[in-house]
Design a protein around this ligand. Structure first.
Ligand SMILES: [Ca+2]
Ligand SMILES: [Ca+2]
Length: 98
């Protein structure tokens, strides 16, 4: 499974292109606050990496923000999460068997 951890977050941070956002398989499909990993991993069992001021459910668009992304940053070494509008087109990170 995805199993976020400090080590995993740092690994991902090293291989992505820093100026792009990436979808990471994190969604909030039903109610505010019910974040869910798409692979079925229990969200409450994993650490969270929300960026400062994030998880803000910004309602610039009518439906708020219900998908988690790895947030672009040229400043941070460890990239962090932002909740974003699911309709936006970003790059994405997929998991596969080794
Ligand atoms: Ca939301
Ligand atoms: Ca946000």
């Amino acid at each position: 499974n995805i199993s976020p951890s400090n080590a995993f977050q740092d690994f991902i941070s090293q291989i992505v292109v820093v100026i792009f956002h990436y979808w990471i398989g994190l969604v909030e499909p039903h109610q505010e606050g019910e974040w869910t990993w798409v692979d079925g991993t229990d969200f409450s069992s994993t650490p969270t990496f929300w960026a400062e001021g994030q998880l803000d459910n910004w309602d610039f668009r009518e439906n708020g923000e219900d998908c988690g992304q790895l947030h672009a940053s040229v400043k941070r070494i460890r990239k962090l999460w932002n909740d974003a509008d699911c309709n936006l087109s970003y790059r994405f990170i997929c998991e596969t068997k080794a």
